[in-house]
Design a binder for this molecule. Sequence first.
Ligand code: FES
Ligand code: FES
Length: 214
Amino acid sequence: MSTDPEKTDDRDAGVSRREFIGVTGAALVATTAAPALEAQTTPTTNPPARPHTAIRLTVNGGARRIEVDDHWTLAELLRDHLRLTGTKLGCERGECGACTVLVDDKPVYSCSYLAVWADGKKVLTVEGLTRDGKLDPLQEAFIAHDAPQCGFCTSGQLMTAKALLSQTPRPTPAEVRTALTGNLCRCSNYNRIVEAVVAAGAAGPSARTQGGAQ
Ligand code: FES
Ligand code: FES
C-alpha cells in the first residue's frame, strides 16, 4: 500500500492525476489551436480595386482636377463630392429633368451622364448662376412670377431655360414649352414657369449672360 495519500486517491479513481492533467491539457491545446488553424487556412480576400480616372473639368468657372470612380454619374460627382446640392435627383433614370445641368452650354441629365464624360468640358450648375451673391435675372424672373412651388424641379428648369435663352434670346411661349419638355414639374406650375422664362428673355441680354460666362 502506498504511503502517498495523493497517489492512493488517484489510483482509486482509475487514473493518476498526472495522467489526467496530461490528457486534458492536450485537449485544451487542441481546442484553442483549432480556430487559429482555421483562421490561417481561410483565404484572404481584398475588395477589388474600383476603376477610376483622373479628369479635368471646369465647374461654375473654376478649374478642377478630380479622381472619379468610372461608374460615378455627373450628379454624384456634383452632389456627393463637390457638395453642389442645388442639382436635384428625382427619377434618377433620365425622365424628370430635375438633375439638369449645362455641359458645354447644353442641357444634360446629370443622373444619366457619367462623370468621366465631363473630362475637358465646362459644367454649369444652378449655383453658378449667381454672380457676386446676386441672383441671375432669370432666377429673379422665376421669383417674380411665382415659378417655384415646392422648388424641386426649379434648378433643372432654370438650367434648361438658361440654355434656351443663350440660343433664342427672346423665346415665344411655344418655344419655351418645347425647350422645357424634358423638365417635369410635379406641382404642375408650367404656366408660371413659361411666363418667367418669356419675361426674362424680354428683359434683355442681362438675363442671358450672367452665370453663363466661364
Ligand atoms: S433625376 Fe435625372 S432625369 Fe430625373
Ligand atoms: S415646383 Fe414642385 S416640382 Fe416643380
